[in-house]
Design a protein around this ligand. Structure first.
Ligand code: 1HE
Length: 268
């Protein structure tokens, strides 16, 4: 049974965001198509509140955008009167909100189409899986606007595409297509027009079927282990894998396989 509400947990969302809960999946839509889903302060606060207050039964989130574009990035109209102090506070609010996506309670699948630019790309980079329709394109127009990324882009994007590529995108305004994004690490799945949401939901359902402990390990431990010196990483991996396999749910799944009740791994 699907429920649609401006509230998902206890927190009201601004009009520019809309949430649906369908069983174990929550769908958060950027709902400001008239401004190409440009992210203003209310939206960023709403994203923070949404991911910080997911209903207990939700086990994966799909993040997508209404209209012709995923997101045109930062709402540039808010920059006009901001001084340095306010700029730092603003960037910090984006960091906190997007941190709740990347290191939140459940995995997030972003569904991308049209412009995925500036802060919109920073938002997409915080998700764990990115499904891009063929119309999607990636850009960092901050360079030509006289500003700089402020939503964690300098931290997350080099880890996905490398410093040199990000530098080029910012210096020259180069854009990449959804298809090019596949080999670069921006697009995880490439789909045809109109198929993104269904694919995103199907992937979210698959993710929701994993054990909570495994999803926790993948989201929280994997990216941190990747940043550790190898010796610390191996030790952390041993700990995490032993904790995961001791879970009764893991034991039951292994028994299902050994007693021929679980599906085999097949080509998709
Ligand atoms: C906006 C914004 C915005 C559209 N802030 N209002 N981002 C950018 O530099 C991208 C700027 N936007 C664009 O290049 C284009 O709007 C799009 C390619 C995304 C879409 O083009 P189009 O022809 O479909 O729409 P449009 O006619 O340009 O825009 C429709 C309306 O949305 C229009 O307002 P209107 O009142 O005239 O109808 C636009 O002004 C408005 N709009 N994008 C404010 N971004 C944490 S730091 C992150 C730093 C950044 O993200 S920098 C990158 C900013």
């Amino acid at each position: 049974m699907s429920s649609r509400s401006a509230r998902t947990g206890g927190t009201p969302l601004p009009q520019s965001l809309a949430a649906d809960i369908d069983g174990e999946i929550a769908i958060l839509r950027l709902n400001r198509a008239q401004k190409r889903n440009a992210l203003d302060d209310d939206m960023v606060a709403g994203i923070d509140a949404f991911f910080g207050d997911l209903p207990a039964g939700v086990r994966a989130v799909v993040l997508c955008g209404e209209g012709e574009h995923f997101s045109a990035g930062l709402d540039l109209s808010e920059l006009k009167g901001r001084d340095i102090r306010e700029g730092i506070a603003h960037s910090g609010r984006w960091h906190r909100a997007f941190e709740k996506i990347q290191y939140g309670r459940v995995p997030v699948v972003a569904v991308l189409h049209g412009a995925v630019v500036g802060g919109g790309l920073e938002l997409a980079a915080a998700a764990h899986v990115r499904v891009a329709e063929r119309s999607a394109y990636y850009a960092l127009p901050e360079g030509s606007r006289g500003i700089y990324v402020g939503g964690g882009g300098s931290v997350r994007l080099p880890r996905l595409i490398g410093v040199a590529r990000m530098m080029d995108m910012m210096l020259t305004g180069r854009t990449y297509s959804a298809e090019e994004g596949l080999t670069m690490g921006l697009t995880t799945y490439l789909v045809d027009a109109g198929e993104g949401r269904a694919q995103g939901i199907a992937l979210a359902r698959r993710i929701a079927g994993n054990t909570e402990l495994t999803n926790f390990a993948i989201m929280q431990a994997l990216p941190r282990i990747a940043e550790m010196p190898p010796g610390s990483g191996f030790a952390m991996e041993s700990l995490i894998s032993s904790i995961a396999q001791a879970d009764p749910e893991a034991k039951s799944r292994l028994r299902d396989f050994l007693e021929k009740r679980a599906p085999k791994v097949t080509r998709s």
